[in-house]
Design a protein around this ligand. Sequence first.
Ligand code: ADP
Ligand code: MG
Length: 529
Amino acid sequence: MASSFIFSDWPPHLTDAQQSYLTQLATTYALAHGLLYLPPSSSSSTPAPTSAIHAPLSILPSPFPRNLFQNALRLQKIYNVLYARIALDEEFLDTVMGEVAQVDEFTGQLWRSWKTLRDEGITEDYHLGIFRSDYLLHAPKDSTAPISLKQVEFNTISSSFGALSDCASSLHNYLLEATNYFGLSPYLTKDNLPPNGATNTVVEGLAAAHKAYGVHDAYILFVVQPGERNVFDQRWLEYELLERHNIHVVRQTFDDLRTNASLSPSRVLTLRNALPSSTSGSSDTIEISVVYYRAGYTPKDYPAPSHYALRETLSRSRAINCPTLALQLAGGKKVQQVLTKEGVLERFLLQSPKYTGTETAEARSSGPGEFTPADVALIRSTWVDMWCLSDPDPPDGVTQALAHHASLVLKPQREGGGNNIYHSSIPSFLSSLPASALPAWIAMRLIEPPQGLGGYLVRAGSGESNAARKDVVSELGVFGWALFGGPRKEGGVVRQGDGGWLVRTKGRESDEGGVAVGFSVLDSVLLVD
Ligand code: ADP
Ligand code: MG
């Protein structure tokens, strides 16, 4: 059913008094319920933090067509298996990312480490993927086509904001309960605020990997960036792991690990126990079951060659890496582009005898089981045109990009925001890009979110002074996980799970959308028909 909701009518008008009342309730709730960042100048290590600020937030949820939201959730079960199969397909990854590795230093480092480990024969360990597939609504100005769902990117490393997104959902539920939003909109009802559960999904994935490793007293290692301000999003996972699964977490930066981590001859990863001895029991080392990277997705995390060497050591260990090097490479934007080529998705989902029937019964019962052409069509319906700048077929990739630059974004193989080149900046950028770098860049059609949609956004720690009505764009992220590979090496998924989502809303004037980098705020879904 096509949505009849009129996006440009949203949000309902709030008087100044209503706006400041809601902002006061929202920021107080955020501070009381852990929807928080550390303040800008603080360090995440010693001395212990003494204050926090509320995260950037939206005081109203953002409208999303119910049928498209349900499709996005449904797609996740397919994506969990698809990306597991990609990560296990060495030949495919070698062809696609091996080529990028020749021209892009960061991809090259990761790919060469992966190759080294394969040459050593280390291919039989489990992979854990914690994924987030990101979407925008597409409603081109001059088209009568119904509004649709389009994928922005698929994240396989450091998929963040699961926990804070749960808090943002609770916040909007609370504001509705507390004020009924002054009866301003018939859409603002409990039934239209879908349940979230992203924290649970991420924690379930980590706990499943810990269990597969098989040493209950081992710790899960969170590899974190120095000075991380988004610590509460990570700590919530830690608290849940401890309280609900009795699993301990240790947080370390790459620099900490350079002095604290070691590998036994049988590849068991241990850390020097950082706890004061009176509380740490008898052992002065702890064994690591799972390495969960909330760092390592950007070259900035590897300032020296020894950081890459450390990543290789962690990957060599028997601890289950989330993600493995293969899975991080599978998340490359180049893979996203190659999947859109004719027959590639079909090979992974429908035609590969290598995979058919390899998922365990448990994975099949929680996922889609065998895939159908309808699944493939649903996935393809969410993709926009993409090509590689080094595509040779006439008109070649660069010529096409120049011709269509006004409706394109160019993306390198990077994560974390701030790396893309948008529309009007494309021609001058292309004129300075050496031909040798072209294989590392993809061109992607710009998705056109509904025009005239507004929101009331509150910046991090700003209280009510900066609550502002803005023209906005909302990006939906859907969480899922898969545990796959492993000693039986059947190639399939052992377990998977999904559920939970994130909405980030940004001012329309910004091309980029990161929350942590200050472009957008945490939001939630309001289902509309
Ligand atoms: P990163 O890995 O840095 O997060 P993304 O591919 O997610 O890179 O792009 C960053 C942001 O740029 C997105 O969150 C979105 O707001 C915007 N963006 C990316 N691709 C498109 C697109 N095809 N159309 C419209 N906006 C896009
Ligand atoms: Mg992104």
